[in-house]
Design a protein around this ligand. Structure first.
Ligand code: PGA
Length: 255
Protein backbone atom coordinates (compact mmCIF):
# COMPACT_ATOMS: atom_id res chain seq x y z
CA UNK A 1 0.00 0.00 0.00
CA UNK A 2 1.51 3.34 -0.98
CA UNK A 3 0.72 6.16 1.39
CA UNK A 4 0.62 9.87 0.82
CA UNK A 5 2.09 11.08 4.07
CA UNK A 6 2.45 14.79 4.25
CA UNK A 7 3.47 15.13 7.89
CA UNK A 8 6.38 13.86 9.94
CA UNK A 9 7.20 14.66 13.53
CA UNK A 10 10.05 14.10 15.96
CA UNK A 11 9.21 14.55 19.64
CA UNK A 12 11.71 14.82 22.48
CA UNK A 13 10.44 13.39 25.77
CA UNK A 14 12.65 14.81 28.48
CA UNK A 15 10.89 12.73 31.19
CA UNK A 16 11.76 13.92 34.73
CA UNK A 17 15.05 15.52 33.73
CA UNK A 18 16.29 19.08 33.60
CA UNK A 19 16.66 22.21 35.68
CA UNK A 20 16.33 25.88 34.80
CA UNK A 21 20.04 26.06 34.02
CA UNK A 22 20.18 22.82 32.02
CA UNK A 23 17.03 23.65 30.03
CA UNK A 24 18.35 27.08 29.15
CA UNK A 25 21.53 25.60 27.71
CA UNK A 26 19.77 22.79 25.88
CA UNK A 27 17.07 24.90 24.24
CA UNK A 28 19.54 27.63 23.23
CA UNK A 29 21.71 24.95 21.59
CA UNK A 30 18.70 23.38 19.84
CA UNK A 31 17.78 26.79 18.45
CA UNK A 32 21.35 27.39 17.30
CA UNK A 33 21.36 24.05 15.45
CA UNK A 34 17.79 24.01 14.11
CA UNK A 35 18.72 25.73 10.85
CA UNK A 36 20.72 22.60 9.92
CA UNK A 37 17.45 20.64 9.65
CA UNK A 38 16.49 20.83 6.02
CA UNK A 39 13.31 18.78 6.06
CA UNK A 40 9.88 20.11 7.02
CA UNK A 41 9.22 17.72 9.91
CA UNK A 42 7.66 19.17 13.02
CA UNK A 43 10.03 19.22 15.99
CA UNK A 44 8.60 19.10 19.49
CA UNK A 45 10.10 19.09 22.98
CA UNK A 46 8.21 17.87 26.04
CA UNK A 47 9.88 19.20 29.20
CA UNK A 48 8.51 18.48 32.68
CA UNK A 49 5.28 20.45 33.25
CA UNK A 50 6.89 22.88 35.71
CA UNK A 51 9.29 24.07 33.00
CA UNK A 52 6.70 24.73 30.29
CA UNK A 53 6.70 28.44 30.99
CA UNK A 54 10.49 28.68 30.82
CA UNK A 55 10.64 26.66 27.60
CA UNK A 56 7.77 28.63 26.07
CA UNK A 57 9.79 31.83 26.53
CA UNK A 58 12.99 30.30 25.20
CA UNK A 59 11.17 28.94 22.15
CA UNK A 60 10.01 32.42 21.15
CA UNK A 61 13.40 32.52 19.38
CA UNK A 62 12.84 29.24 17.52
CA UNK A 63 11.45 29.01 14.02
CA UNK A 64 10.85 25.26 14.14
CA UNK A 65 10.48 23.84 17.61
CA UNK A 66 7.13 23.53 19.33
CA UNK A 67 6.17 22.71 22.87
CA UNK A 68 4.48 19.57 24.15
CA UNK A 69 3.59 18.03 27.51
CA UNK A 70 4.31 14.56 28.86
CA UNK A 71 0.85 14.04 30.34
CA UNK A 72 -2.41 15.81 31.08
CA UNK A 73 -5.50 15.46 33.21
CA UNK A 74 -8.67 13.91 31.87
CA UNK A 75 -10.62 16.58 33.80
CA UNK A 76 -11.38 20.17 32.77
CA UNK A 77 -10.84 22.00 36.04
CA UNK A 78 -11.57 21.89 39.73
CA UNK A 79 -10.59 19.89 42.79
CA UNK A 80 -7.93 17.62 41.27
CA UNK A 81 -4.82 18.32 43.34
CA UNK A 82 -1.60 18.14 41.39
CA UNK A 83 -3.25 17.74 37.99
CA UNK A 84 -2.79 19.93 34.92
CA UNK A 85 -5.62 20.40 32.41
CA UNK A 86 -5.50 20.61 28.64
CA UNK A 87 -6.59 24.27 28.78
CA UNK A 88 -3.63 25.00 31.05
CA UNK A 89 -1.26 23.32 28.59
CA UNK A 90 -2.76 25.39 25.78
CA UNK A 91 -2.24 28.49 27.89
CA UNK A 92 1.51 27.82 27.58
CA UNK A 93 1.21 27.31 23.83
CA UNK A 94 1.60 23.53 24.05
CA UNK A 95 0.61 21.91 20.78
CA UNK A 96 1.24 18.28 21.67
CA UNK A 97 0.58 15.99 24.60
CA UNK A 98 1.78 12.43 25.25
CA UNK A 99 -0.86 10.11 26.69
CA UNK A 100 -0.32 6.66 28.14
CA UNK A 101 3.46 6.53 28.08
CA UNK A 102 4.54 3.12 29.37
CA UNK A 103 6.08 4.71 32.47
CA UNK A 104 2.72 6.26 33.30
CA UNK A 105 1.01 2.94 32.73
CA UNK A 106 3.40 0.82 34.78
CA UNK A 107 4.60 3.24 37.49
CA UNK A 108 1.66 5.64 37.84
CA UNK A 109 -0.97 2.94 37.28
CA UNK A 110 -2.74 4.53 34.33
CA UNK A 111 -5.21 2.06 32.86
CA UNK A 112 -6.50 1.81 29.29
CA UNK A 113 -9.73 3.34 30.59
CA UNK A 114 -8.02 6.43 32.06
CA UNK A 115 -5.87 6.76 28.95
CA UNK A 116 -8.97 6.69 26.73
CA UNK A 117 -10.52 9.50 28.80
CA UNK A 118 -7.35 11.59 28.56
CA UNK A 119 -7.13 11.09 24.80
CA UNK A 120 -10.73 12.10 24.36
CA UNK A 121 -10.38 15.20 26.55
CA UNK A 122 -7.26 16.24 24.69
CA UNK A 123 -8.61 15.59 21.17
CA UNK A 124 -11.77 17.52 22.03
CA UNK A 125 -9.63 20.57 22.75
CA UNK A 126 -7.82 20.25 19.43
CA UNK A 127 -4.51 19.15 20.95
CA UNK A 128 -2.13 16.94 18.93
CA UNK A 129 -2.58 13.83 21.04
CA UNK A 130 0.05 11.09 21.00
CA UNK A 131 -1.25 7.77 22.30
CA UNK A 132 1.73 5.65 23.40
CA UNK A 133 1.45 1.87 23.17
CA UNK A 134 3.90 -0.99 23.56
CA UNK A 135 4.43 -4.47 24.91
CA UNK A 136 6.71 -5.51 27.78
CA UNK A 137 9.72 -7.80 27.38
CA UNK A 138 7.72 -10.70 28.80
CA UNK A 139 4.82 -10.10 26.43
CA UNK A 140 7.24 -9.82 23.53
CA UNK A 141 8.92 -13.11 24.51
CA UNK A 142 5.54 -14.82 24.72
CA UNK A 143 4.57 -13.60 21.24
CA UNK A 144 1.82 -11.36 22.60
CA UNK A 145 2.90 -8.14 20.88
CA UNK A 146 -0.07 -7.93 18.53
CA UNK A 147 -2.72 -8.76 21.09
CA UNK A 148 -1.32 -6.27 23.64
CA UNK A 149 -1.01 -3.45 21.11
CA UNK A 150 -4.44 -4.15 19.72
CA UNK A 151 -6.15 -4.02 23.10
CA UNK A 152 -4.30 -0.81 24.06
CA UNK A 153 -5.41 0.84 20.81
CA UNK A 154 -8.94 -0.54 20.59
CA UNK A 155 -9.77 0.51 24.15
CA UNK A 156 -9.05 4.10 23.13
CA UNK A 157 -10.38 4.27 19.58
CA UNK A 158 -13.67 2.63 20.54
CA UNK A 159 -14.32 5.76 22.61
CA UNK A 160 -13.60 8.15 19.72
CA UNK A 161 -15.73 9.29 16.81
CA UNK A 162 -14.21 9.43 13.31
CA UNK A 163 -13.32 13.12 13.58
CA UNK A 164 -11.47 12.58 16.86
CA UNK A 165 -9.73 9.49 15.52
CA UNK A 166 -8.55 11.35 12.44
CA UNK A 167 -6.54 13.69 14.69
CA UNK A 168 -4.94 11.01 16.86
CA UNK A 169 -1.21 10.20 16.62
CA UNK A 170 0.13 6.84 17.81
CA UNK A 171 3.61 6.11 19.16
CA UNK A 172 4.74 2.49 19.22
CA UNK A 173 7.29 2.10 21.97
CA UNK A 174 8.20 -1.48 22.88
CA UNK A 175 8.82 -1.30 26.63
CA UNK A 176 11.87 -3.56 26.24
CA UNK A 177 13.46 -0.92 24.02
CA UNK A 178 12.83 2.13 26.24
CA UNK A 179 16.01 3.41 27.85
CA UNK A 180 17.70 0.04 27.35
CA UNK A 181 19.81 0.80 24.30
CA UNK A 182 18.13 -2.26 22.74
CA UNK A 183 16.13 -0.81 19.89
CA UNK A 184 13.64 -2.75 17.77
CA UNK A 185 15.13 -3.60 14.41
CA UNK A 186 13.69 -1.57 11.54
CA UNK A 187 11.94 -4.77 10.36
CA UNK A 188 10.27 -5.44 13.71
CA UNK A 189 9.21 -1.81 14.08
CA UNK A 190 7.86 -1.71 10.52
CA UNK A 191 5.84 -4.88 10.96
CA UNK A 192 4.22 -3.61 14.18
CA UNK A 193 3.48 -0.22 12.59
CA UNK A 194 1.86 -2.00 9.68
CA UNK A 195 -0.20 -4.07 12.10
CA UNK A 196 -1.30 -0.87 13.90
CA UNK A 197 -2.56 0.51 10.60
CA UNK A 198 -4.58 -2.68 10.11
CA UNK A 199 -6.12 -2.27 13.57
CA UNK A 200 -7.10 1.33 12.75
CA UNK A 201 -8.49 0.27 9.37
CA UNK A 202 -11.01 -1.96 11.12
CA UNK A 203 -12.54 1.26 12.40
CA UNK A 204 -11.78 3.70 9.57
CA UNK A 205 -9.86 2.86 6.39
CA UNK A 206 -9.08 6.43 5.30
CA UNK A 207 -7.65 7.32 8.73
CA UNK A 208 -5.54 4.15 8.77
CA UNK A 209 -3.71 5.35 5.67
CA UNK A 210 -3.06 8.84 7.03
CA UNK A 211 -2.60 8.40 10.78
CA UNK A 212 0.90 9.27 11.97
CA UNK A 213 2.64 6.41 13.75
CA UNK A 214 5.88 7.27 15.55
CA UNK A 215 8.49 4.82 16.77
CA UNK A 216 10.14 5.21 20.16
CA UNK A 217 12.64 3.18 22.17
CA UNK A 218 16.40 3.85 22.16
CA UNK A 219 16.33 5.89 18.96
CA UNK A 220 19.83 7.32 18.50
CA UNK A 221 21.55 9.20 15.67
CA UNK A 222 23.09 5.94 14.40
CA UNK A 223 19.86 3.93 14.12
CA UNK A 224 17.41 6.73 13.23
CA UNK A 225 18.05 6.70 9.47
CA UNK A 226 17.09 3.07 8.92
CA UNK A 227 14.11 3.25 11.25
CA UNK A 228 12.76 6.39 9.57
CA UNK A 229 13.17 4.82 6.12
CA UNK A 230 10.46 2.28 6.89
CA UNK A 231 7.25 3.05 5.01
CA UNK A 232 4.95 2.96 8.03
CA UNK A 233 7.19 4.96 10.39
CA UNK A 234 6.24 8.64 10.32
CA UNK A 235 8.49 9.98 13.03
CA UNK A 236 10.07 9.34 16.39
CA UNK A 237 9.51 9.72 20.11
CA UNK A 238 12.94 10.26 21.59
CA UNK A 239 13.82 9.95 25.29
CA UNK A 240 17.48 9.88 26.34
CA UNK A 241 18.86 11.26 23.08
CA UNK A 242 16.58 14.31 23.28
CA UNK A 243 18.60 15.58 26.25
CA UNK A 244 21.64 16.11 24.03
CA UNK A 245 21.21 18.89 21.45
CA UNK A 246 23.58 17.39 18.87
CA UNK A 247 22.00 13.94 19.10
CA UNK A 248 18.44 15.23 18.97
CA UNK A 249 19.11 17.49 16.00
CA UNK A 250 20.88 14.64 14.13
CA UNK A 251 17.80 12.48 14.69
CA UNK A 252 15.59 15.31 13.40
CA UNK A 253 17.80 15.58 10.32
CA UNK A 254 17.37 11.85 9.68
CA UNK A 255 13.60 11.99 9.24
P1 PGA B 1 14.41 6.30 25.08
O1 PGA B 1 12.93 6.68 25.59
O2 PGA B 1 14.62 6.99 23.76
O3 PGA B 1 15.34 6.81 26.16
O4 PGA B 1 14.45 4.82 24.95
C1 PGA B 1 11.86 6.77 24.70
C2 PGA B 1 10.60 7.10 25.45
O5 PGA B 1 10.39 6.58 26.56
O6 PGA B 1 9.76 7.90 24.97
Amino acid sequence: MSRLVDRKVVIGNWKMNGSQGFNHGLVKELIRLESTIENSAEIVICPPLCYLSQCQELLLFSKKIRLGAQTCSEFEEGAFTGEVSINMLKDFNCHYVLVGHSERRSIMGETNEIIAKKCKASLNKGMQTVLCVGESQEEYDQGKTHSVIKSQIVSVINELNDAQLSRLIIAYEPVWAIGTGKTATPEIAQSVHHFIRQVISEKCVSTSEKIMILYGGSVKPDNAVLLFQQPDIDGGLIGGASLNANDFISICRAI
